[in-house]
Design a binder for this molecule. Structure first.
Ligand SMILES: *Cc1c(COP(=O)(O)O)cnc(C)c1O
Length: 361
């Protein structure tokens, strides 16, 4: 019997979603292509140029350099690698707020750089004083997050850029999740807003592309040169990616999704997701839970551990922040109906929990 993939109808924890139908179709068509070998697969290579150009349009960059990576993790590792290669010191460090993604821990381990983690402020954004106090002449990169994984917060990117510039460090913005919703907000987050050097933006999250499609962007080609290695047996002469053979499906689906949805489709998706997040935050608040206001379509709320566990046992795919709050990501597959059903399950559980225990008298 053929095993079916699981449905998305109870998935509230994922930062990925069902690919858009055009993205699914493009992924299938380009399944057997390898953009890691451009001399042999020129069609997918040309599509990758389109993908990077469109990502540039989304992120305020007229002549973008970059490529479609396996995901945000690879893009972040590669950004750190660029900074390390360009640093003048042999003991470089990277400064990042505690809201930064754990992929930077992997980058630091693999690349042998010192990762310095600074606190966030009351609004869950990078604490600028702490960043200022942490950078020094050895700092190769300052990381700002545009759409944090736990609370969907956007760091003060321009100010982080000033701090980075003050010590000659690069500025990297991690918009892996936020990149496809931020264009429809007032946040200042991209290359056009601040002196950003490199950015991570994942089509396979809010971009509705098929996995694997992450994105690494750089302000100019010479930044990517830091990554290039010679490729003796390929027709092309060098390769800047971390992986060798990689998925043409991800590249083709990213292009298909962006062509279909940028900008109006993504705007509608953002508006719907943001309304859903606000509706959920409101519903949880009314029931007496502490809620972290959703500035982007991501809701965190303090639920008792037992309630959280019971909801999971009911089949809800939910996750927790580092401090134990419920975390719901309002991805495109998350409908109002789903959230209403989630809340009604929550109500049922709470009624049961508060009901007097029946004795046998
Ligand atoms: C998801 C995410 C990542 C990691 O991306 P993958 O595609 O899972 O490797 C990095 N940074 C942020 C902010 C993310 O949300």
């Amino acid at each position: 019997m053929q095993i079916e993939p699981q449905a998305f109808d109870r998935v509230l924890s994922s930062m990925c979603t069902e690919p858009h139908p055009v993205a699914r179709e493009a992924a299938e068509r380009f399944l057997a292509t390898n953009p890691g070998d451009p001399g042999t697969y020129p069609t997918i290579t040309a599509l990758e140029d389109d993908a990077v150009a469109m990502l540039g349009e989304i992120t305020g960059l007229e002549e973008p350099a970059g490529y479609i990576a396996s995901g945000g993790t690879e893009a972040n590792i590669q950004a750190v690698r660029i900074a390390r290669e360009r640093a003048e010191t042999r003991t470089p460090n990277v400064v990042m707020p505690e809201s930064g993604h754990f992929s930077f821990q992997k980058a630091a381990d693999v690349l042998g750089v010192d990762l310095r983690i600074v606190p966030t402020d009351d609004s869950f954004r990078a604490d600028l004083e702490a960043v200022r106090a942490c950078v020094d002449e050895q700092t190769a990169m300052v990381v700002g997050v545009a759409g944090t994984t736990e609370y969907g917060r956007v760091d003060p990117i321009s100010e982080l850029g000033d701090i980075a510039a003050s010590v000659g460090a690069m500025l990297h913005v991690d918009a892996a999740w936020g990149g496809f919703v931020l264009p429809f907000t007032d946040h200042e987050w991209h290359f056009g807003h601040a002196p950003v050097d490199t950015m991570t933006i994942d089509p396979h999250k809010m971009g509705q592309a098929a996995v694997p499609a992450g994105g690494l962007l750089a302000r100019s080609d010479d930044l990517l040169d830091a990554l290039a290695v010679d490729t003796p047996y390929l027709e092309s002469t060098s390769q800047a990616t971390l992986t060798g053979t990689r998925s043409g499906a991800g590249v083709a689906s990213a292009v298909a999704a962006m062509r279909e949805l940028w900008p109006e489709g993504y705007r509608e998706q953002y508006v719907r997701a943001q309304h859903n997040a606000e509706w959920l935050a409101d519903a949880l608040e009314k029931r007496g839970y502490d809620v972290v206001e959703p500035t982007l379509p991501l809701v965190a709320a303090d639920l008792p551990r037992s309630t959280f566990d019971a909801l999971r046992a009911d089949g809800w795919r939910i996750s927790r922040t580092a401090t134990g709050e419920l975390r719901v990501v309002c991805m495109p597959h998350v409908t109002r109906e789903m959230l209403a059903s989630f809340i009604s399950d929550l109500d049922r559980l709470e009624v049961r929990a508060s009901a007097p225990v029946m004795g046998d008298d």
